[in-house]
Design a binder for this molecule. Structure first.
Ligand code: MG
Length: 250
């Protein structure tokens, strides 16, 4: 069931989104060679709690941290660890959610650690662009297939691939709610978008093949072929005027 949000709920979700975005930016600023992903997670948790919110991911389904930090061939759900030290040239996906007054914000960005290869930077640029092409389609009257198609077409035209097993989702009083938001699709198909819907659009783009596998820790998702993967996400409200990104600072 898709829950439409009232304008009062959207106002609270904007604040949850603002806190989520600020936490993500702080995490990104901490990305540098020699820093552990555990240290970055600690910064995220401290900021979210200081802002009067709670980290959405902490203990969600048993996840042991406040941020998912996914390096290089890790697609999503990387578990922060004192033993994972960032190196120059890594790409570092950080996914952060905050729950404020009962409503969640959810966003992700993949940051370069120092100077990265041209190929890695191209993957980051393409995935970021794909996210915004998807967001552009998130308007009343369009369907989720329009969002997914915009992402898929852009990504595949560059010989990258879109992960199928993990997708975006509705956001609200629950971190994950209906509808499912695939990063692939057929124009004009799928759920029709209407004002009051809030969705997390989150392309996960692999440098080579789309296949992924989950490690024995039950969380860490890696590319099957060892290629790099990038992940960018915003929480977006469908409004009569078009898409409104809730995970932003202003
Ligand atoms: Mg999400």
């Amino acid at each position: 069931m898709i829950v439409l949000k009232t304008s009062r709920e959207l106002a609270v979700m904007r604040e949850a989104g603002r806190i989520s975005q600020k936490a993500l930016r702080l995490a990104g600023e901490a990305v540098e060679p020699g820093v552990s992903t555990w240290e970055i997670d600690k910064l995220v948790r401290q900021y979210i709690e200081k802002a009067g919110a709670t980290p959405s991911f902490l203990n969600y389904g048993g996840f042991p941290a406040s941020a998912c930090i996914s390096v290089n061939d890790v697609v999503i759900h990387g578990i922060p660890s004192k033993s994972i030290l960032l190196k120059k040239g890594d790409i570092v996906g950080i996914d952060v959610g905050a729950c404020y007054k009962g409503y969640h914000g959810d966003n992700a960005w993949t940051f370069p650690c120092g100077e990265v290869s041209e190929a890695a930077q191209a993957l980051l640029d393409a995935t970021e662009k794909a996210l915004f092409l998807g967001i552009e389609q998130a308007r009343p009257g369009n369907r989720l297939g329009d969002v997914g198609h915009a992402i898929q077409a852009y990504v595949e035209a560059r010989s990258y691939s879109v992960v199928r097993e993990f997708i975006g989702h509705g956001v609200g009083a629950n971190l994950h709610e209906d509808p499912s938001v695939p990063n692939y699709g057929t124009p004009g198909r799928g759920v029709r978008l209407q004002p009051g819907m809030v969705i997390a659009i989150e392309p996960m783009v692999n440098q080579r093949g789309p296949k992924v596998h989950v490690l024995e820790d039950g969380w860490t998702v890696k590319t099957r072929d060892g290629g790099l993967s990038a992940h960018f996400e915003h929480t977006v409200a469908i409004t009569p005027d078009g898409p409104a990104i809730l995970t932003r600072l202003d």
